[in-house]
Design a protein around this ligand. Structure first.
Ligand SMILES: [Zn+2]
Length: 246
C-alpha cells in the first residue's frame, strides 16, 4: 500500500466515524473525542498537516453541537449507558431492570445458572430485546418496550454510568434549574468542557425544558404549561412497586 492509499483509507475511517449517526447520538462527547484522537494520530503519522487537522476537528465540533441540539429537541431516547426499571404499562409491579443493555427479571433473581435474562441490541430496523432462555423477543421504540406477546412496558430511567461511576437520576428541581442555565450558557458560547461535564446529568434528570415557552426569558413568567419554572417533569408512570407480588 502506498502513501496515498494509506492516507485515503485512514481518512475514510475518520469520515465513517463522523457519519456514524448512532454513535454520535448515543454518546456525542465520546464521538467528538474519538474524531479528535483520530485526527491527532494522522498528524503524528504525517498523513495530514495541522491545518487539515484543524478543519477536521472543526467538523467534529460542529457535529457535536448539532447532536446536542437534536437531542434536546427529541430527548426521549433509549441509552445503553442507563439503568432502567421495566414497568408494565397501565400499572403493576416492576418486571425487571435493564442496565447497560442487560435485562434482569425480578422473578429470576440470584440464579447462578442464568446470570442475565436478556440483552438489548440494535438490528437493521432499530432496538430489540432478546431473551436468553426463552424465544420471546421485544422491540424498543422511544422508551416503550413491546414484547412479541403484545405486553407493553415503560422503561423508566433510574441511573447511568458517567466515567465509570453510577449516578442516580437527578430529582431535585433546583439542581435541574441550575443545570438548565449552565447548559444554555455552554450552548451559546460553544463551551465544550462545561457541556461535557453537565450534559450527562442534565439529560438523565427527571425534567425536560418546557416545550411551550422553551424556558425563554420573556415568555417563561406567564407560561401556564410550566408555571414559570421553564421546565416540566418527564412523562412517566405515576408509581410502581419494586418487588414482584408472590
Ligand atoms: Zn413554560
Amino acid at each position: 500500500m502506498n502513501f496515498e492509499q494509506a492516507k485515503a483509507l485512514r481518512l475514510k475511517h475518520w469520515r465513517d466515524t463522523l457519519d456514524d449517526h448512532d454513535f454520535r447520538m448515543q454518546s456525542p462527547e465520546r464521538h467528538r473525542s474519538t474524531l479528535h484522537e483520530i485526527s491527532a494520530r494522522l498528524v503524528e503519522e504525517g498523513l495530514i498537516d495541522q491545518l487539515d487537522q484543524f478543519d477536521m476537528d472543526e467538523m467534529a465540533n460542529a457535529a457535536y453541537w448539532l447532536a446536542v441540539e437534536e437531542l434536546q429537541a427529541c430527548p426521549i431516547l433509549y441509552r445503553p449507558s442507563y439503568g432502567y426499571d421495566v414497568v408494565p404499562k397501565g400499572g403493576g409491579p416492576r418486571f425487571g431492570k435493564v442496565f447497560h443493555s442487560i435485562l434482569t427479571l425480578d422473578n429470576n433473581r440470584g440464579s447462578k445458572l442464568q446470570p442475565y435474562d436478556g440483552k438489548v441490541c440494535r438490528d437493521g430496523t432499530g432496538l430489540m430485546l432478546k431473551f436468553s432462555y426463552a424465544n420471546t423477543t421485544g422491540r424498543i421504540d422511544g422508551l416503550t418496550l413491546t414484547l412479541d406477546d403484545g405486553r407493553q412496558f415503560d422503561l423508566v430511567a433510574t441511573e447511568r454510568m458517567v466515567e465509570g461511576v453510577v449516578y442516580p437520576v437527578t430529582q431535585d428541581p433546583d439542581v435541574y434549574r441550575w443545570m438548565l442555565d449552565v447548559v444554555q450558557v455552554a450552548m451559546e458560547n460553544k463551551h465544550f468542557s462545561i457541556m461535557e461535564k453537565v450534559r450527562p446529568f442534565f439529560e438523565m434528570a427527571k425534567f425536560l425544558p418546557c416545550s411551550a415557552c422553551q424556558d425563554h426569558f420573556g415568555k417563561r413568567d406567564d407560561c401556564a404549561a410550566c408555571g414559570g419554572l421553564g421546565f416540566t417533569p418527564k412523562p412517566e408512570p405515576p408509581s410502581y412497586t419494586l418487588k414482584p407480588e408472590e
